[in-house]
Design a protein around this ligand. Structure first.
Ligand code: KG4
Ligand code: ZN
Length: 346
C-alpha cells in the first residue's frame, strides 16, 4: 500500500508518502511557519490556519512529485484529526477528504500524539526500524510532555504527563522573557552550549515523591523570571527586560534551564523504569527531542541502566507528515478506515 500522510495540526504543513512494501518513507516535505509567528513570540492560530490553506496544496504536490507518483497511485490518505488548533486541523482534514472522496481512496484519522510516539520507528533514512515492545516513550514538544508505556503497534498507555506546561513551552516562554525569539528550544540549546551545559543557578526541580511519574514546568518558568528580577535584569511590574541582558547571563540562564529539564526527564524515566521493569528500552520523540544535549544525556542515562535508547531522527521529531503516514500504515493493516464524516477533535 502507498500511504499519503498529512499533518497540519499547528504551524507546520507537512506531507509524506510511506510505502508498506519497502517499509520506507519515500518522500517527505515540511513547510514551517516559524517566520510568520516569530514576531509574536508564539503561534497565532488565525495566522496558522491561513498559512496552512496557502501551503497544503503545494506541499502535497511536491511530496507526490518527489515520491515519483501521482494522486491516483495513493491507496490511503492518513490525516491528523486531533489534538491541535481547530482551524489548522480542518485544512488538512478537508484536503484529505477531498482526495479520498474524489479518487475513491481509503481515509484514516490519526492522533497527532500517536504519530510522535511511533516516530521512533522511523530511521534517519526513512526505513522502518524494529524496536522491542513493551518500551517507554518520552514524548516532549511545545504542546505536550508525557511518558507512555508502548505495548504494541495498537496499544499504549500514558503513565505520566505534565500537570501544567509542556517542556517545549518552558523553553519558548523563557526565551520570550529573555527577548530571544521563537521557538525557544534551539536558541536556548545554542546559548547553553556556549556556557558548557553547566548548572549555574540551580532552578527548582519537581520532586517525584513516592516515585510518582509526572512533569511540571510552569513553576520553573516563574523561578527563572523571579531570578531575573532579583538580578535586576527584568522589571516585573512593567513585564519587560530592564535592558538587553548580557550574553553571559543569557548563556548561564539557558544552560541552567536545559540542565534542569534534563534532570526532570531523567528523574521521571528512572521512576518509569522502576515501575515498569518489563520495559525493554526507552525512546525519545517530539520537537524537544531535537535537542542534542538531551539526546546524549538520556542515552548515557539509559546505557548505565543497561537499557537501549533510541531518539527519533531530528527530521521526524518536530511535527511532520512522515509519522502520520507511518501510523496510517499501521492502522491500514488493521483496516481502521474512517468515513467522510471524519471530524477534527481539537
Ligand atoms: O513537536 P513540535 O514541532 O510541535 C508540537 O507538537 O508542539 O515541538 C515544538 C517544540 C517547541 O516548543 C520548540 O521550542 C521545541 O519543540 N524544540 C526544542 C528544540 N527544537 C525544537 N526544544 C529544545 N531543544 C531543541 N533543539
Ligand atoms: Zn507535535
Amino acid at each position: 500500500m502507498v500511504i499519503l500522510g498529512i499533518e497540519t495540526s499547528c504551524d507546520e504543513t507537512s506531507a509524506a508518502v510511506y510505502d508498506t512494501l519497502q517499509r520506507k518513507i519515500i518522500a517527505h516535505e515540511v513547510f514551517s511557519q516559524i517566520k510568520e509567528h516569530a514576531h509574536f513570540g508564539g503561534v497565532v492560530p488565525e495566522i496558522a490556519s491561513r498559512s496552512q490553506l496557502e501551503k497544503i496544496h503545494p506541499i502535497v504536490a511536491e511530496t507526490l512529485s518527489s515520491a515519483g507518483i501521482k494522486t491516483c497511485d495513493i491507496d490511503v490518505v492518513a490525516v491528523t484529526t486531533t489534538p491541535g488548533l481547530v482551524g489548522s486541523l480542518f485544512v488538512g482534514l478537508c484536503f484529505a477528504k477531498g482526495i479520498a472522496w474524489s479518487l475513491q481512496k481509503k481515509l484514516i484519522g490519526v492522533n497527532h500524539l500517536e504519530g510522535h510516539i511511533y516516530s521512533a520507528f522511523l530511521g534517519a533514512d526513512g526505513y522502518c526500524v524494529d524496536l522491542p515492545f513493551p518500551h517507554i516513550c518520552l514524548s516532549a514538544s511545545g504542546g505536550h510532555t508525557a511518558l507512555y508505556l508502548v505495548e504494541s503497534f495498537s496499544s499504549y498507555k500514558i503513565i505520566g504527563h505534565t500537570i501544567d506546561d509542556a517542556a517545549g513551552e518552558a523553553f519558548d516562554k523563557v526565551s520570550k522573557v529573555m527577548g530571544l525569539g521563537y521557538p525557544g528550544g534551539p536558541i536556548i540549546e545554542k546559548l547553553a552550549a556556549a556556557a558548557g551545559f553547566k548548572d549555574y543557578y540551580s532552578y527548582p526541580r519537581t520532586k517525584n515523591l513516592h516515585d510518582e511519574i509526572f512533569f511540571s514546568f510552569s513553576g520553573l518558568k516563574t523561578a527563572v523570571l523571579y531570578d531575573l528580577v532579583r538580578r535586576g535584569a527584568y522589571d516585573f511590574k512593567a513585564g519587560i527586560l530592564v535592558e538587553q541582558m548580557t550574553l553571559q547571563l543569557q548563556q548561564e540562564v539557558s544552560s541552567s534551564l536545559l540542565v534542569c529539564i534534563g534532570d526532570i526527564f531523567e528523574n521521571n524515566i528512572r521512576c518509569a523504569l522502576k515501575k515498569y521493569p518489563q520495559a525493554q528500552m526507552v525512546t525519545f520523540t517530539g520537537g524537544v527531542a531535537c535537542n542534542a544535549y538531551l539526546r546524549e544525556r538520556l542515552s548515557t542515562f539509559c546505557r548505565r541502566r543497561k537499557k537501549d535508547f533510541v531518539a527519533a531522527p531530528p527530521r521526524f521529531c518536530g511535527d511532520n507528515g512522515a509519522m502520520i503516514a507511518f501510523v496510517g500504515a499501521l492502522k491500514a493493516e488493521r483496516q481502521e478506515w474512517a468515513d467522510l464524516y471524519l471530524d477534527v477533535r481539537p
